[in-house]
Structure formats: C-alpha cells, structure tokens
Ligand binder design. Structure first.
Ligand code: FAD
Length: 399
C-alpha cells in the first residue's frame, strides 16, 4: 500500500488527511507527524477563539487585494475548492455558519473548538504522531522519501505532504525547492508620537493609511492604541508592505488620511464649516470631536477662534493634517490578534494544479508553508483548505 506522510497537524494537514480519508477510505496508509503536543493548536485560537474560517469573497475586486502573495496560485486552488465548498463541507458535518461584517464567516457557536472537533473527526483513525519535529526530507534514489526528526528517529514514506505552516526554520528539503525568506505579516504599528498617543481609543471609521514614498496604501477602520495604530486598515497595510517593512526594519513614515478624501475635498469641508461657531465645536462629518481637536492642533490652529477667522493658510494646514498626517513608525507592535508569515516555499517550483514540487515528484506542499498569505477576514484559513484539497487531489492522481 502506498504510504503518505503529512507533516504538521494544522489546518492544512488535518484537512488534507480528512479529505483523503473521505476520497479513498483505506486505499492509502497515512501518518501525520506533528512537532507540537496537540493537533490544531493554532486553529483553536483563530479569530480570537471564534474561528473566522472563510469569507464570502463578496466585494473582493481582485484576488491580489486579499492575497498579496500567491494570488495566481490561489485562483487555481479556489477553483478546486472554493469558499462555497468550505461552507458546504463544514455544514454537512453539522457546523451551522453565519456571516459577520465584511463577509467574514464564523461558526454560529462562535467556538473554534467546534471546527477543531469536526476536523479531528474527519482525520478519524489516521495516526497523529505528536512531538515529532521534522528536520529533513530526503528523496531516496529508489523513489520515496526518508524523513528525519529532531528526536533522532527516521521514517520512510512513498509520498510526503508538507503542511508545517509559516515558519522561520524550514526543515532541510531536497534540491529543486526554492525558499522565499520569511517575514511577518498582519501586525499593528508602533508610533511613539505623544500627540497620537493622547488619542488612544479613538477610531476613525474610514481612514486610508500609507507608507510615505511607497505605493503601499490600505483603507478601512483605524484604531489608535496605547502603542500606536491598529485596526483593519493597518493590518491590511502591514500585509501589503510586509516585505518592505521588514527590509526597512520597521521604520519609515506612516501617512494617515483620516477621512479618505482628497485634499480638495478636505479643504472644501473645512471651508464650509459654520462661520459663527468655534472651530473646536464643529468637526466635519465623520470625525469625532476629539480627533478634530487633534487635527487642529496638528495644523497649528488655535482652538478658541471662530471658523470665520480661519484664513486660507489655516484652511490649507487643516486640510493637510486631515489627509496627510504623518508619523514616524517606531517598529512593530507586540500584540498579535492574527499573525501570518509571508514567504516560504516559492511558488515557482510548485505545480499549482496539484501543489506538487516540479523537481521532486511525490513531494507536495499546502497551507502557510507556501509563499501564500492573505489579509485578515478568513482568507488565510481558506488558503489552507483550498491548497490542502488541491494537494489531496494531486496525491490521488498520483496513486
Ligand atoms: C492568533 C491567530 C489567529 C488567527 N485567526 C485567523 C482567522 O480567524 N482566520 C483566518 O483565516 N486565519 C487566521 N489565522 C491564520 C491561520 O491560522 C493560518 O493561516 C492557518 O492556521 C495556516 O494553516 P497551516 O495548516 O498552513 O499552518 P498551521 O495551522 O500553523 O499548522 C502547522 C502545523 O505544523 C506543525 N509544525 C511546524 N513545524 C513542524 C515541523 N518541522 N515538523 C512537524 N510539524 C511541524 C505546527 O506545530 C502546526 O501544528 C490566525 C493566526 C493566528 C496566529
């Protein structure tokens, strides 16, 4: 009987195992090797313990916007196993699902452990060997692979599916596998400016953020924290600019457009404020009084004057502070709601219809171990499900 080693009992590894067990029960001998003590430890904490397992993809104009790395591969993987397939798969196994804002799909129970239980039920009697950290995969001349683990043990298998997630320490892999250096994605930014810190807790519901001197821009809700800035707009920006920020050692200037408007629109909004009222008491629409006071102070405008006293120069300064308020980035914030690794196994060495290595027949990859990662919203888990199912299909073809 052909034997398959799945390395890593995470979302991709367990889903591939469950898929293969369903597709050809008993026809393949599968062993899962997991470095940790428990399978699916990360899935258990996804979405703050609620598990945002996929997304409706409604409103996604282009896959590149949600998969900054690997969007072409994801196009193929989604054709093999889409977000609708994900929903169907979990529903058929008793998981009622609901859509929250921005197309994010969660179990109605809001309990990630329900997803863990369903996946483990799918894995069934396939053995999961825990405490087995793979250190190398070697292709044998006779076909098949020798696996070596950190405890000194070895195992031989005909086929290998590597699903070890995003990692900084990739095991030794056969020649012909290219690696894209890993770097973090999906993080908040540290900003040490005291004037911004004084806004802690403020939310700008429709901001656009960017990194000065680059094309990286992202829109959405922005949250000012005690460390700096966070929220969907910043996480998205950190994803788009993951490699750039890593190379610049998390420095540079963050440009905040607090209202996602052009300079002209902002100047027009300021000019049309009620002439007789105090500047501080008439925030333009969509801006909290606290944020508006901050903008006035950034623009160097006195707080105790009436709007009619604002000269053209002040209007220009306020408009500038509204649409290009700039702060020095002081690093990455330490908190991680969701955190993924950009980089991994390069897609140039992978046949993305099966996720098999072109130069190493029998060696497959899926999940975050690949150079595929997404913005927040359930897209990362969808990548794990889709690539795992594509690899499972590829493994079946191979038999
Ligand atoms: C806190 C947090 C919350 C998240 N929330 C969401 C969310 O709500 N929605 C979403 O879409 N995405 C979310 N993500 C991202 C998502 O969890 C990952 O993209 C997804 O789990 C990747 O699946 P994977 O199977 O590739 O890797 P993982 O789930 O990380 O599994 C990899 C497995 O391989 C094991 N392993 C690693 N190295 C070795 C080795 N050398 N030998 C053997 N085993 C090894 C690991 O222990 C692990 O069990 C979140 C991430 C984090 C950190």
């Amino acid at each position: 009987m052909t034997s398959l080693a799945i390395i890593g009992a995470g979302a991709a590894g367990c889903f591939a195992a469950a898929s293969l067990r369903e597709m050809m029960p008993g026809g393949l001998s599968i062993h899962i090797y997991e470095a940790g003590r428990k399978p699916l430890a990360k899935v258990a904490v996804t979405g703050g313990g609620h598990c945002n397992l996929t997304n409706t993809f409604q409103g996604v104009e282009s896959l590149e916007k949600v998969y900054p790395r690997g969007f072409r591969a994801m196009k193929r993987a989604l054709a093999a196993f889409s977000h609708d397939d994900t929903c169907r798969w979990f529903r058929e196994r008793g998981v009622a699902l609901k859509e929250l804002r921005n197309g994010c799909i969660f179990p109605v129970s809001m309990d990630a452990m329900q997803i863990v239980r369903v996946l483990l039920h799918g894995v069934g009697d396939i053995p999961i060997h825990t405490g087995k950290r793979l250190t190398s995969v070697q292709a044998c001349g006779s076909g098949g692979f020798t696996l070596r683990f950190s405890d000194g043990s070895e195992a031989g298998h005909h086929l290998v599916l590597l699903t070890i997630g995003g990692t900084r320490s990739m095991p030794g892999l056969p020649e012909g596998i290219t690696l894209v250096p890993p770097c973090p994605s999906l993080f908040s930014l540290k900003v040490e400016d005291p004037s911004l810190r004084s806004l802690m807790g403020t939310v700008a519901s429709d901001a656009t953020v960017g990194i000065a001197g680059t094309r990286f821009r992202a829109g959405g809700e922005l949250l000012v924290t005690d460390w700096g800035v966070s929220g969907p707009a910043i996480l998205r920006l950190s994803s788009y600019a993951a490699r750039h920020l890593s190379q610049s050692k998390y420095s540079g200037n963050l440009v905040i457009n607090w209202i996602s408007k052009t300079y002209e629109e902002a100047a027009e909004a300021v000019s049309s404020l009620s002439a007789s009222r105090l500047t501080t008491s008439t925030a333009p629409e969509g801006l909290s009084r606290r944020l508006w006071t901050h903008i006035l102070s950034r623009a160097g405008v006195r707080a105790d004057i009436r709007n009619r006293e604002l000269g053209a120069k002040s209007v220009r300064s306020i408009a500038n502070a509204l649409v290009s308020d700039t702060y020095a980035i002081a690093g990455r914030a330490p908190f991680r709601d969701e955190f993924v690794t950009a980089g991994g196994v390069g897609l140039d060495c992978i046949d993305t219809s099966t996720f098999q290595a072109r130069a190493v027949p029998g060696l497959f990859f899926a999940g975050e171990a690949l150079d595929i990662d997404a913005v927040t919203g359930g897209f990362n888990l969808q990548a794990a499900w889709s690539t795992a199912r594509s690899a499972a299909n590829g493994i079946l073809k191979k038999l």
